[in-house]
Design a protein around this ligand. Sequence first.
Ligand SMILES: [Mn+2]
Length: 332
Amino acid sequence: MSTMSSANSVSLTSLSETLKGLSTALICTHVAPDPDAIGSSFAMQRCLEAQGVSARVYLVQELPKRMSVFTEGVPYTLSVPDEEFDAVIITDTAVQKRMGPEYESLCARSGKIINIDHHASNPGWGTHNYVDPSAPSASSIVLDLALAMNISVDVQTAELLFAGLLDDTGSFRFSNTDSGAFKSAEILVSAGARPDEVAQALYFSVPRSQLLLQTRALQTLEVREGGRLASLWVDDSMLSECGASTEETEGLVDFARCIEGVLVAVFIREIEGGWKASLRSSHAMVDVNQVAGVFGGGGHPMAAGCRLEGSLDAAKSALFAEIEKVLAKVSE
Ligand SMILES: [Mn+2]
């Protein structure tokens, strides 16, 4: 079900009709694209192409290596196109600014801004919004659209979408893993997606530099609030010491999250002019989206992110103070 909170909400059926009527489309997603961002946007390109729509993906930065096995042959660009499109379609992006520094010129490429997302914090900033917080991934929504458009999903599209679904559900372990997630998985595997190949590419092809970075990050582990809050951080010097890229910080938050008794896990990394915090909750009463919102960020109740300013210590104490407030709602 799509939330009808925004004025420009559209139904799945009407959105699939709109997509079918396009001749050209530019597809965008969020900065630091994760498998769901890549999976949903690149699969959207393939679905539209199958409908005779000339579609291209725009990425702010180069494709993450672990997703490149699934994207072969799909046209994408790293520069903002000059031409106009019938629509700009954005997937998995709660806040328009998360499209990157060029978000205004990207959206100026068309009068039709189609916002397809599953983040509860998405206010519906498009001219056409399909925001379904009950969908486990943006990739699941793209699958639903493909089915609504009667597109036969081929192996490559199925694996792109499966990668997004697998990653956003934490390999079917997070609270968004509902029967719908397995229904989508069933359709995708029937269409030829190989779960072992996708898992191999996403989780068992870790560069050595990433493993080194994990050992460094683990040395920063702090557990507080009676064992209910755990945090890790990484700064730029640690990245360069390990020869690791920003992409390789992904998943570090899970080391804090997996500790027994931890209700809120925090991972902080250095970004230009400050810090970026990733927050995870493992308790339905602890809403980290609310915490992220205090700092202008957002996401889901169980997984959210925000930017912080100042020194690491200042950033941490500001963040921990807000987390304390949400933890106070949970009796031990
Ligand atoms: Mn997602």
